[in-house]
Design a protein. Structure first.
Lengths: 259, 82
C-alpha cells in the first residue's frame, strides 16, 4: 500500500487549472486569486492513501480529468466498504468538517491522475472572504451527504447487480472516456463483497453487452443497459447534485492536458 | 504467499477467475470460497430464489484443482418443522 499524504507536486501554483474541477471552475478570477500559493497541481497515484482514520487532514483534494478518490470505511473483520466516490464534480478532505476534524474514514486514490491540492487553512480563509466560496462548499457538503445517505440505503437494500451498475454509471461519469480502470478485486472491496461474486455479476453484464472486461479495465459499452439494471440511487443522487450545485456550462470543465 | 483462483460453476455458467488472490493456505482459500457462496446466496435470497446447486472450484497457480466447495457446504439449512 502506497502511503504519501502529501502527494507529488507537479508544478508551480501559476499552472493550476481551476477549470479542471467542477467546484473550482465556478470561482471568479478574484476568488482564484484568494487561493494563490495555497492551490497546487498534484499527481495522485492509483492506490495512494491520502489519509486514514484519526489522522489530521492537511488539505482538500480536487480531482481533475478522470481522477477518482474513494472514501471508505474499514470494518473490524478486514472488510473495506466504499461510501462515496469523488471525481471532478467534487472534493475530498475537510469539506464537511470545515477544516477542523480528524479523518473518520480512509481516502484512497481509485483512479490516478491530476488533482488540485488546496491547503485546508487557506481554503477556510478563502471561505471567510468570499460569499460564493462559502456557499459553494455548504451546498457541496449537502450534495456529498446526500451521496453517502443514498449509499447507506442502497448497500442495505439493493441487489449486487443493481449496486454494481450504479457504481459503474457514476464512475463512468467521472472517467476520462469509456474505460474505467479498476481491477475486479478493488471493485469487490468497494462493494463489500468477495471478488468472485463481483466477477459473476460482471460476467452477466458482459454477456448482455453492457460492458467489455479487460484485465484491470471495465469498458462501458451500453449506458442504457446499465441504467436499466441500476437501482434509482444513481439517478436521485445525480438529480440532487444538479439541484444543489450552481449551474455549469459543460465547456467550463476542461480536461487538463498535462494530466 | 500462494495465489489461488476461484472458478464459479452455477446457473449462469462458468465464471473463470483470471486475477486470483494471494492467501496463506488451501484452508484460507476454502474459507474464502465459503464467503463467496454466502455472498451469492445472500443476494439471491433477496429476490426469493435460491440456487443451491453450484460449486466453487479452487485452483492453484499451476491450474491444479486444490479444492471444491459445493454451495450446500457453505450454509446449514435447518428444515426441522417447529
Amino acid at each position: 500500500m502506497i502511503k504519501n499524504g502529501a502527494a507529488r507536486a507537479d508544478g508551480d501554483a501559476a499552472k493550476v487549472n481551476f477549470a479542471g474541477n467542477r467546484l473550482l471552475a465556478t470561482f471568479s478570477p478574484a476568488e482564484r486569486a484568494l487561493l494563490t500559493g495555497a492551490a497546487l497541481p498534484v499527481s495522485l497515484r492509483k492506490g495512494e492513501i491520502l489519509w486514514q482514520p484519526g489522522e489530521a487532514i492537511p488539505a482538500s483534494y480536487f480531482p481533475c480529468a478522470g481522477t477518482q478518490i474513494s472514501l471508505a470505511v474499514d470494518l473490524a473483520d478486514g472488510a473495506r466498504v466504499d461510501v462515496a466516490t469523488i471525481g471532478k464534480e467534487g472534493a475530498a478532505g475537510g469539506i464537511v468538517s470545515c477544516g477542523t476534524a480528524h479523518a473518520f474514514g480512509t481516502a484512497s486514490v481509485q483512479v490516478g491522475g491530476a488533482a488540485i491540492r488546496v491547503d485546508l487553512a487557506e481554503l477556510e480563509a478563502a471561505k471567510a472572504r468570499s460569499a460564493h466560496i462559502k456557499s459553494l462548499f455548504c451546498r457541496y457538503s449537502d450534495a456529498l451527504l446526500a451521496q453517502v445517505m443514498q449509499s447507506v440505503a442502497c448497500n442495505a437494500s439493493h441487489a449486487l447487480e443493481a449496486r454494481l451498475c450504479r457504481w459503474l454509471l457514476s464512475s463512468h461519469d467521472r472517467a476520462a472516456g469509456d474505460d474505467i480502470p479498476v481491477t475486479q478485486g478493488v471493485l469487490a472491496e468497494m462493494l463489500g463483497v468477495q471478488r468472485t461474486t463481483t466477477n459473476m455479476v460482471l460476467k452477466t453484464l458482459s454477456n448482455s453487452g453492457a460492458v467489455e472486461l479487460k484485465r484491470g479495465t471495465i469498458r462501458v459499452l451500453s449506458r442504457a443497459t446499465l441504467e436499466e439494471l441500476a437501482c434509482e440511487c444513481y439517478r436521485v443522487v445525480e438529480e440532487h447534485f444538479a439541484r444543489v450545485l450552481p449551474p455549469l456550462k459543460p465547456q467550463q470543465v476542461v480536461p487538463d492536458d498535462e494530466a | 504467499m500462494p495465489r489461488y483462483f476461484f472458478h464459479l460453476y452455477n446457473a449462469i455458467g462458468i465464471t473463470r477467475d483470471e486475477e486470483g488472490q494471494e492467501l496463506p493456505s488451501v484452508e484460507a482459500a476454502r474459507a474464502s470460497a465459503v464467503k463467496v457462496i454466502r455472498d451469492i446466496l445472500r443476494d439471491e435470497i433477496g429476490s426469493g430464489a435460491l440456487g443451491i446447486g453450484g460449486r466453487v472450484v479452487i485452483a492453484d497457480e499451476a491450474s491444479a484443482i486444490v479444492g471444491t466447495v459445493p454451495f450446500g457446504e457453505a450454509v446449514r439449512i435447518d428444515s426441522t418443522p417447529h
